[in-house]
Ligand binder design. Structure first.
Ligand SMILES: *Cc1c(COP(=O)(O)O)cnc(C)c1O
Length: 398
């Protein structure tokens, strides 16, 4: 094992059992991507040709006509929306975010109004566009979408994610049918979705993915779709995309990660992830106040997580206090706690290094044992915890 660089830098050696989180450095970048980035960094290349190479690789992996690598999925959304507004008109591209003379409206379902560390509507507004929301938080109908599309509609944006409302959303096929009947292109934000082909195969004009999530690439966004729209997205690098550009290392690293994904033994990865879940189930079996169940990914990614429901009276600790104890301990364990106010959290095995599942099991057992020794259950005020986290953000860099 090479030296862990975090020790030298004084950074905590966190174990990521939360999945793919920007706040933890996204994912483990695989050896193919690292080798590609190392190889290209000292060399000069003609960037237009490197982008052509990336376009071919993205097309091969997704079934698209063309592809483009930008800084992130969030950047991809902004630039693809801009592409629907400007096309390949270089004067219009330089004019943004001034939208005089351009279509400016983007329709999206209200239940798709997600936050992925920043609000999705801001990725749309950055292009100079404005969002037109369709339906309510957990309900939407095709007639509402049709009614929201007008002369000024540039694009229709559809989000596939565990973050969206899980029922009452217009199915993608219907969404595409309604938008296309009105001549409006459909952009799918599939940042975290393992399915690289399905959205385009269903008729979407653009599908956008993160390179640094399941693909295990460097931080980048992959835009795949029709040649005309991807070209117009690429050309935004001469405009608002300049500040979202990728270097040669990110472009080639993303391509290498994409190609490695195609060669990966996915069944073996699933077996390893399943073995981690089984190990934790064994560790947690019979512990008071802990109910552990296997929870399939809500959007159908081939990924299961372990859901731990905590009864604070029996476990003698609340779910969020257990999460905080795991994060504060040695080694620090960061679990998936988006819904912890409901008394549960998840363990996600997809970003563990070999053997870390055993450390996770040991730490869980140690914290649950310590909780049993308490005279009074530890159940802190949840609102205070939220406030403490927000205060912490604002105190940076202290
Ligand atoms: C992570 C995520 C994003 C943002 O992706 P980045 O590549 O980190 O910008 C956008 N949409 C969804 C649904 C996501 O999960």
């Amino acid at each position: 094992m090479p030296e862990d660089i975090r020790n030298r830098l004084g950074l905590r050696p966190v174990i990521n059992v939360s999945g793919t989180m920007t706040s933890l450095g996204a994912s483990i970048v695989g050896p193919d991507a690292i080798a590609a980035m190392t190889g290209i960094l000292p060399q000069f290349v003609e960037m237009g040709d490197l982008h052509r190479l990336a376009s071919r690789a993205i097309a091969a992996a997704t079934g698209a006509e063309a592809g483009f690598v930008t800084a992130s999925c969030a950047a991809g959304i902004t630039l693809a929306i801009a592409a629907t507004m400007t096309g390949s008109d270089l004067a219009a591209i330089e004019q943004l975010p001034d939208t005089t003379g351009l279509k400016t409206e983007v329709v999206m379902l209200t239940g798709h109004m997600v936050d992925y560390g920043a609000p999705i509507d801001q990725s749309v507004r950055l292009a100079g566009a404005e969002l037109v929301l369709v339906g309510q938080s957990t309900s939407s109908h095709a007639y509402q979408l049709a009614g929201a599309i007008g002369e000024n509609t540039a694009a229709a944006l559809y989000v596939v994610s565990h973050h969206v409302a899980h029922y009452g959303m217009i199915p993608l096929a219907t969404f595409i049918e309604v938008a296309h009947a009105k001549g409006v292109p459909v952009i799918v934000d599939g940042a975290s979705e393992y399915d690289l082909r399905g959205f385009l195969a269903a008729g979407a004009d653009i599908a956008i993915y993160s390179a640094h999530k399941f693909l295990g690439g460097p931080t980048a966004g992959l835009v795949a779709g029709s040649k005309a729209l991807v070209r117009a997205t690429y050309l935004q690098n001469r405009g608002i995309g300049r500040g979202m550009k990728t270097g040669k290392e990110s472009i080639l690293g993303a391509v290498a990660a994409l190609e490695a994904w195609g060669r990966r033994d996915h069944a073996a990865v699933r077996r390893r992830e399943r073995a981690a879940l089984d190990h934790w189930l064994g560790v947690l079996d019979g512990r008071p106040g802990v109910t552990a169940t296997i929870d399939p990914d809500p959007t159908g990614n081939p990924l299961d997580r372990l859901k731990l429901r905590i009864d604070p009276a029996e476990a003698r600790i609340s779910a969020w206090d257990l999460v905080d104890a795991l994060a504060a301990g040695d080694p620090p364990l960061i679990v998936r706690d988006h819904e912890v106010e409901h008394g549960f959290f998840h363990l996600d095995p997809c970003n563990l290094h070999e053997g870390e599942e055993f450390l996770v099991g040991d730490r869980l057992a140690a914290e649950l044992d310590a909780a049993q020794r308490r005279n009074e259950p530890l159940i802190s005020c949840f609102a205070t915890r939220v406030q403490r986290q927000e205060d912490g953000i604002l105190a940076w860099p202290d």
